[in-house]
Structures are given as structure tokens and as C-alpha cells.
Design a protein around this ligand. Structure first.
Ligand code: GAF
Length: 375
């Protein structure tokens, strides 16, 4: 496709989407998350141009956009091209000279489903452009730059999780990330466990209303604690005892959001330890607790996602189920015994359609490698 359109052989890079096993809305509070890179990805093909233009073609949107490499826009324009252009803008801000290039993009990460299609797009483009200009950033630095694309150019106030796992994931492993210092630990996912991702078909968005509201509410709770106790810049530094002491000074919703974030950090670290020991029953139990906390205290779920989790409970093979990602729609993640996964997926889909009238998309996925060059 790139060759036919741009008459140049591209270098090709791939970056995966992700599913988060546990640790929701903890990343921007400098806490813990445990995502997995999945076998849905974005491909970016790049070749140099001599006319100073940046020409970007999206196979998914069937559209081509052209920019002048010497005068890139300062802000996004609420278009799919914001993500690749934002990469060039952030790299330019880092002192890199951005030449003209042709970029072609294709991806199969379902859009708006909470599986990080935007992070995959940013990371694939970031690898492509840095390779073209001959710069190499370590994985964690590359992830930070991609997060800045979202925060500073696209205008979505997300944390580091999605870009980090897309850049640094490892086949057959989950990654426990400390979002404070970006240190991480890999935990193998047993070969007899499948990742069954069930799309509620309710659209999810980070830039939209509820995500930033929840973030603000949880940060307001942190400010109350910080007014009493030193060294609590983020909820990562707070404890459940802090909430007992000063919760009455918080708006009730803020208290609930903070209770979710603080308890979620504890569950996420515990889940990574259980996974390292191969104690899948404990991982499943923690996922169930996490879903209840996400739904009841954080109010980050929706009727459809709660239904999808509920309907999974007594299907043979289930280890643990919860809503994954930024919330208010998107997908549930179900850890399921591999041998039961196809039957599990079929039953879940039938039950969900019978209950809601919606036909879900259910994917049996596996943990994949983070971003890399294909050719
Ligand atoms: C979205 C954001 F992009 C992440 O940074 C994270 O906050 C997540 O929602 C919630 O855990 O995916």
C-alpha cells in the first residue's frame, strides 16, 4: 500500500494495543498498573520525502493529510491525524529537526473500545519518525514522549499506562508498572490462561467528560489529605487511614474516588505478587474486588459493562472478570482457562445479547511483545 501510494519502500513499525488486568485510574496518581500488550496493533510505514511535506495516509479512515514539516500546527484539530502529527510536534520540541516524510498507517485495535488504539498509533509513529531521523529513545522515555502527545497536543489528560505498555510489553507476560519512577516487573501469564476481551460496544473516550471529572474529584481528595500531612503530592502516597481521618472534609464523591484509587493500588501490587506465584484464584478474586470498587466507588462503569461482568460469573473456566481501561464503556477483561475459552466466549456473547439486545465482539487474545520494527 505504501509503495503504491508513495513510490518508496517503507520501513515498517508495529505497536500493540493493551488490556489492563488491574490498576485503573491509578497511573496519573503515580500508583501501580498491570497491563498486557495484546495481538491487536497499529502498523506505521515511513519513507523520506524531499519536498519538506509530511503526508500521512490512514488506511482505516481512507484519508490522506498533508502538513508542512517546517510549520507544524501548535495544537490538535480533533482529527485522527492529531496523533501522528503530535508525535512530530513533540519531537520537534525536543530539539529534533523534523524532515519531510510519507507515513502510512493501518491498525486493527478497535477504536473507542478502551484498548488503547491511540497509544498504539502514537507509539508506532514515534518509532517510525525517530528511526527516520536517527534518534533512539529508551522504551520508558519513548512512552513519556507519547504521553505528552496526548496531554499537550491532543488535549487528553491521560496517564502513562497505555503508551508504556505499548512500547515495553512482553509476549506471554503482564507488566507491573510503578507509574512514579517507571520501574517495572514482568509476571508470566500461565500458558493455560486465555485473555478473553469482551467489547460492550458502548463507546469509550478519554478526552470526553467523565474521565477528567473523575480525575479532578480524586485529586481534590488528595489535596485535603495534603493539607494535613506532608509529602502526599499524589494519592499513591495516601492511605485508607487518611480517608478515615479526613474523609469527612471531602466532598462525598471525592472520598469515594480516593477510596477506589488507594485500594486499587494495594490490589494491583497484591495481584502482581499472586501472578508471580501462579496463584490465579487470588488474581481472579482481586479482579472481582477491583471491578466492584471501579463500579461502586469510582462510578467508572456503565450498565452494560456491569452486565457483562455479572453474566460471566458462573460460566465454566472463568478466573476473574472486570471492566478494563478508562471506563464508561469499552471492554471487559476475562481471565479464562484456555481449554474453556471458546465455549466461554460463545456463552458470554449469547447471554449478553439476550440481556441487552447488543451483539458484542469477543476476542480471545494473548499477551504480545511491545513495539518494534518489522522491516
Ligand atoms: C485510559 C488512560 F489513557 C490511562 O492513562 C489510564 O488512566 C486509564 O484510562 C485508566 O486506568 O486508558
Amino acid at each position: 500500500m505504501h509503495l503504491a501510494r508513495f513510490h518508496a519502500e517503507p520501513s515498517v513499525f508495529v505497536a500493540p494495543g493493551r488490556v489492563n488486568l488491574i490498576g485503573e485510574h491509578t497511573d496519573y496518581a503515580e500508583g501501580f498498573v498491570m497491563p498486557v500488550a495484546i495481538n491487536f496493533a497499529t502498523l506505521a510505514g515511513i519513507s523520506p520525502r524531499t519536498d519538506g511535506k509530511i503526508v500521512i495516509y490512514s488506511e482505516n479512515f481512507g484519508e490522506e493529510k498533508t502538513f508542512d514539516a517546517a510549520s507544524l500546527p501548535a495544537k490538535g484539530s480533533k482529527d485522527w491525524s492529531d496523533y501522528p502529527v503530535g508525535v512530530a510536534v513533540i519531537l520537534a520540541g525536543e530539539g529534533n529537526k523534523i524532515p519531510g516524510f510519507s507515513l502510512s498507517l493501518w491498525g486493527d485495535v478497535p477504536l473507542g473500545s478502551g484498548l488503547s488504539s491511540s497509544a498504539a498509533l502514537e507509539v508506532a509513529t514515534m518509532l517510525a519518525v525517530t528511526s527516520l531521523i536517527g534518534v533512539t529513545y529508551p522504551g520508558p522515555v519513548l512512552a513519556r514522549l507519547c504521553q505528552r502527545v496526548e496531554n499537550e497536543f491532543v488535549g487528553a489528560n491521560c496517564g502513562i499506562m497505555d503508551q508504556f505498555i505499548s512500547a515495553n510489553g512482553k509476549k506471554d507476560h503482564a507488566l507491573l508498572l510503578d507509574c512514579r519512577d517507571l520501574s517495572f516487573r514482568l509476571a508470566p501469564i500461565p500458558a493455560n490462561v486465555a485473555l478473553v476481551i469482551a467489547n460492550t460496544m458502548v463507546k469509550h473516550s478519554v478526552a470526553g467528560g467523565d474521565y477528567p471529572t473523575r480525575r479532578r474529584e480524586s485529586e481534590a481528595a488528595c489535596a485535603v489529605i495534603a493539607s494535613h500531612r506532608q509529602n502526599v503530592p499524589f494519592l499513591r502516597d495516601a492511605t485508607l487511614e487518611d480517608l478515615e481521618k479526613w474523609g469527612s472534609e471531602m466532598a462525598p464523591k471525592s472520598l469515594m474516588r480516593a477510596r477506589h484509587v488507594i485500594s486499587e493500588d494495594l490490589r494491583t501490587v497484591a495481584a502482581s505478587e499472586a501472578l508471580l506465584k501462579g496463584d490465579m484464584a487470588e488474581v481472579g478474586r482481586l479482579m472481582a474486588e477491583a471491578h466492584t470498587s471501579y463500579s461502586k466507588d469510582f462510578e467508572g462503569s456503565c450498565v452494560e459493562a456491569d452486565t457483562m461482568v455479572e453474566l460471566a460469573q458462573d460460566i465454566p473456566g472463568l478466573i476473574g472478570a472486570r471492566l478494563t481501561g478508562g471506563g464508561f464503556g469499552g471492554c471487559t477483561i476475562n481471565l479464562v482457562e484456555q481449554s474453556q475459552a471458546p465455549a466461554f466466549a460463545k456463552t458470554l456473547a449469547e447471554r449478553y445479547t439476550a440481556k441487552t439486545g447488543i451483539v458484542p465482539e469477543i476476542h480471545i487474545c494473548h499477551a504480545s511483545d511491545g513495539a518494534h520494527q518489522l522491516k
